[in-house]
Design a protein around this ligand. Structure first.
Ligand SMILES: Cc1ncc(C[n+]2csc(CCOP(=O)(O)OP(=O)(O)O)c2C)c(N)n1
Ligand SMILES: [Mg+2]
Length: 331
């Protein structure tokens, strides 16, 4: 990869604020799930923020993303409102999926967020299809599939990459290798250490990226998106990253050591960008505290909105399953 220009001040500030918003959202949600009646479970993105923020900073508002079971950060970075996200967590009618999706099924087509899914690898063919749609419509849009290291061992990953390579589709595959699929270490599940290498088998390039460094992610994403938009086909970015919390809400990770967690926390993406912005003179330490307070106030507003929102009406349980007007029982 050639080195791109470094991002301008407004992009840097946007990335920083997005990192902080995702982190604060997850931390607040952790407590809400412990103390309030929130249905379902959740998988937290804490630690991996640089990937969602760095990639989405390189996208246009009308570009598409697909996400995973660990999707809160992707939704925030692509522009889903905190109010509609929080309301969705509370299963309220004002949620982005009318309270029927919950943490694992977030979507908002208006901002190009095509959906999170509980099916590991399920978003990869959807992003590939969105890229084909963009190609057929000549819209110039790019699609991004976010997925984990575990998903890279699913058939859907290989089928999608093969098709996208053959048709040079405008898609960027972003693998967040956080070293574990549930409790299974990646090294035990793959004969190759770098998922990025698999792209070669499908006729395009793969890159290993420091997934704790939002600017490294942004630089790699910017180039991959430019290639896709120019008709040069797909790319695979493997972002090496780490989740600070357990796999899901209740899990206490027994399969990794405290020392490993602490080691990754030394590379924290927020502190790293904060230092960089201070060095550039774009931010003072007091600005960091102010931004955090502003984000916390936005979150409290979103929580109050969610708490006071109505529940979906009972008859809505039968809606949105089949296309309106169709009768699923008739042949
Ligand atoms: C098709 C499918 N297989 C298995 C599962 C169970 N499952 C849920 S999350 C998960 C691990 C996924 O690991 P990875 O893709 O690395 O994502 P991470 O949780 O690390 O973000 C598994 C096996 C599932 N939901 N869907
Ligand atoms: Mg993983």
């Amino acid at each position: 990869m050639t080195m791109p220009d470094s991002p301008g001040p407004s992009t840097l500030r946007w990335i920083y604020r997005t990192l902080v918003t995702i982190r604060e959202f997850e931390e607040r949600l952790y407590n809400l799930f412990l103390t309030e009646a929130m249905p379902g479970t959740m998988h937290q993105y804490t630690g991996q923020e640089a990937v969602a923020a760095g990639v989405c900073a390189a996208l246009r508002p009308d570009d598409f993303i697909t996400s995973t079971h660990r999707g809160h950060g992707h939704a925030i970075a692509k522009g889903v409102s905190l109010r509609s996200l929080m309301a969705e967590m509370f299963a309220k009618d004002t949620g982005c999926c009318r309270g029927m999706g919950g943490s694992m099924h977030l979507s908002d087509p208006a901002v190009g967020m095509l959906g999170a899914t509980g099916i590991v690898g399920g978003g990869i063919p959807i992003a590939t299809g969105a890229a084909l749609s963009a190609r057929l419509r000549g819209s110039g849009q790019v699609a991004v599939a976010f997925f984990g290291d575990g998903a890279a061992n699913e058939g859907a990953f290989h089928e999608s990459l093969n098709q996208a390579g053959a048709w040079k589709l405008p898609v960027v595959y972003v693998c967040e290798n956080n070293l574990y699929g549930f409790s299974v270490p990646f090294a035990a599940a793959s004969a190759v250490p770098d998922i990025a290498r698999r792209a070669e088998g499908y006729g395009f390039s793969g890159f290993v990226v420091d997934g704790m460094d939002s600017l490294a992610v942004f630089a790699a994403a910017e180039q991959a998106v430019a290639r896709a938009r120019a008709g040069a086909g797909p790319s695979l970015l493997e972002c090496k990253t780490y989740r600070y919390r357990g796999h899901s809400r209740f899990e206490k990770p027994t399969y990794r050591t405290e020392a490993e967690v602490l080691d990754w926390q030394q590379r924290d993406p927020i502190e790293r960008l904060e230092r960089h912005l201070v060095d550039l003179g774009l931010m003072l330490a007091v600005d960091a505290a102010r931004i955090r307070q502003e984000v916390r106030a936005e979150l409290e507003d979103a929580i109050a909105f969610a708490r006071t929102s109505p529940e979906p009406p009972p008859d809505a349980a039968l809606r949105y399953v089949y296309a309106e007007g169709s009768d699923p029982l008739s042949p």
